[in-house]
Ligand binder design. Structure first.
Ligand SMILES: Cc1cc2nc3c(=O)[nH]c(=O)nc-3n(C[C@H](O)[C@H](O)[C@H](O)COP(=O)(O)O)c2cc1C
Length: 323
């Protein structure tokens, strides 16, 4: 146990990222039942739809879970916060917007609140507003990222130094080595997105899982910089088409249309990689299989232990005394 797992009431230091159209009951239950924090990702769904998902999740697990509300993305963000209170959701994760007005209400109802940040400045503000846990998300991560595009390696120590509440790392964590790295940088846990898509329980099309596994080092490209909406996608002909549209001002409207929610559902859920976009983080480069969630989490934990032991042995072989 550490401060982060205690605050979230979980056994393992892993948080499932809120992923619109993907962080749904079967995957969330698998994460919670394996000891991590499963998450329902509200994405752009209505409060009524999310209520159904929460109720289904409750039939699949009696362990703590979270609701992710991407504040500026979901028009019903306030109603979702109210829903979290009414449905006794134990943890709420807030991203993509100013969390302060939400925090006040959620803390009145004694919710544990996670805030996703992409700078030390945001981290300080979130702590002052009452956040319990931070997720520091670097630009290796899948999906929409901050325009500063700080890497996890740079961002995480800045955040950990700036606040006294615990932080988890997001962006690039997929195995023991990467988890060991973020622990060394001061994180107490990790939020996983890409790695959890390539699992047995993720309810996405097999084409998406296979594409992640086969992707290799050049797995992702970034689009949307011109619109201030940086998006890391799996590198597919569809993503290359978006890149072309972005480079031609007359095609702005088409770009927006081709990155809408329907496009994400076509690509990710229906597996039509030629007809929709699929989010992916740089972590895809190291993914070679799609086992059950429990196996993924156990491998990350045990892999990190071995990695840190090896690093410690390597360090202790040096001495400055003879210099
Ligand atoms: C398909 C997909 C959709 C996502 N949607 C959201 C979202 O709605 N809200 C959010 O806070 N983060 C979202 N993210 C980011 C994840 O929650 C997580 O922080 C990120 O994927 C972690 O980095 P990784 O992909 O390197 O593991 C999404 C990621 C993916 C892969």
């Amino acid at each position: 146990m550490n401060d982060l797992t205690k605050r979230l009431g979980i056994q393992l230091p892993f948080i499932q990222g809120g992923m619109g159209n993907i962080s749904e009951p079967i995957l969330a239950a698998a994460v919670s039942n394996a000891g991590g924090l499963g998450t329902i990702g509200a994405g752009t769904r209505s409060a009524a739809e999310v209520k159904t998902l929460i109720r289904e999740l409750k039939t699949r697990t009696d362990k703590p879970f979270a609701l992710n509300i991407p504040i500026s993305v979901n028009e019903e963000a306030r109603a979702l916060a109210q829903l979290a209170v009414e449905e006794h959701v134990p943890v709420v994760s807030l991203s993509a917007g100013n969390p302060a007005p939400f925090l006040q209400k959620l803390k009145e109802h004694k919710k544990a609140v996670i805030v996703v940040v992409s700078s030390a400045r945001q981290a300080v503000k979130a702590e002052a507003a009452g956040a319990d846990v931070l997720v520091a998300e670097g630009t290796e991560a899948a999906g929409i990222n901050a325009s500063q595009e700080l890497t996890t390696l740079t961002l995480l120590p800045l955040v950990c130094r700036a606040v006294s509440i615990p932080a988890a790392a997001a962006g690039g964590v997929s195995d023991g080595a990467s988890f060991a790295a973020v622990l060394s940088l001061g994180a107490q846990g990790a939020q996983l997105g890409t790695r959890l898509i390539a699992t047995e329980e993720a309810q996405v099309h097999q084409h998406y899982k296979d594409a992640l596994i086969q992707s290799g080092e050049q797995a992702t490209i970034v689009v949307g910089r011109r619109y201030g909406r940086v998006r890391r996608l799996l590198d597919t002909p569809y993503a290359r088409m978006l890149e072309r549209l972005e480079s031609e001002e007359e095609n702005d409207a088409r770009y927006m249309e081709k990155t809408d929610e329907e496009s994400h559902i076509r690509g990710a859920v229906h597996g039509r990689l030629d007809a929709g976009h699929t989010n992916a983080g740089q972590a895809a480069a190291g993914i070679t299989d799609h086992p059950p969630v429990r196996v993924v989490l156990e491998n990350i934990l045990h892999g990190a232990e071995a990695q840190l032991l090896q690093a410690s042995r390597s360090l202790s072989s040096f001495s400055t005394e003879q210099l």
